[in-house]
Design a protein around this ligand. Structure first.
Ligand code: CO
Length: 151
């Protein structure tokens, strides 16, 4: 297990589309463990595989003590809107305002390939949208209206 380096904006790996995951074995489990450690060390809410240089459709979110491991995720339903500030471990020292859906329903597979559904709202919905965007090479700064420096 290892803490990985978090790639910063400007690196082209963050702009590529990640591939579907077909391996639900040891290699993917190891990657998830590394992501978990890296996220904990960075004190973040979410981390997508491309942020550690791996172009696979995987992200994790750790919010309110619940860890979500999402493989091949898809947002299948969304409604409403919320406007709030957002940051990203790949855009150090900045934050900005982004409009997101208020509620989303996502489907994904767990580390064993089992499909599951999550209904999310508020910050969790925002986190799902943000991380899912990373898998398509989209960074929140593309959508934000007022990027600012953190104090
Ligand atoms: Co991010």
């Amino acid at each position: 297990m290892a803490i990985r380096n978090i790639v910063q904006i400007g690196d082209e790996v963050l702009r590529k589309r990640s591939s579907e995951v077909t391996d639900f074995g040891e290699k993917t489990h190891q990657l998830l463990e590394d992501m978990k450690q890296t996220l904990a060390k960075a004190n973040g809410i979410g981390l997508a595989a491309p942020q550690i240089g791996v172009l696979r459709r995987i992200f994790i979110i750790n919010l309110d003590g619940v860890l979500y491991e999402c493989i091949n995720p898809k947002i299948i339903k969304q409604s409403g809107k919320q406007i709030d500030t957002e940051g990203c471990l790949s855009v150090r020292g900045k934050y900005g305002t982004v409009e997101r859906p208020k509620k989303v329903t996502i489907t994904a597979q767990d580390r064993f390939g089992k499909h599951f559904i999550v209904n999310a709202q508020g910050l969790l919905a925002r986190a799902f949208c943000h991380e899912n965007d990373h898998l398509d090479g989209i960074i929140y700064v593309d959508k934000c209206t007022d990027l600012a420096e953190e104090n």
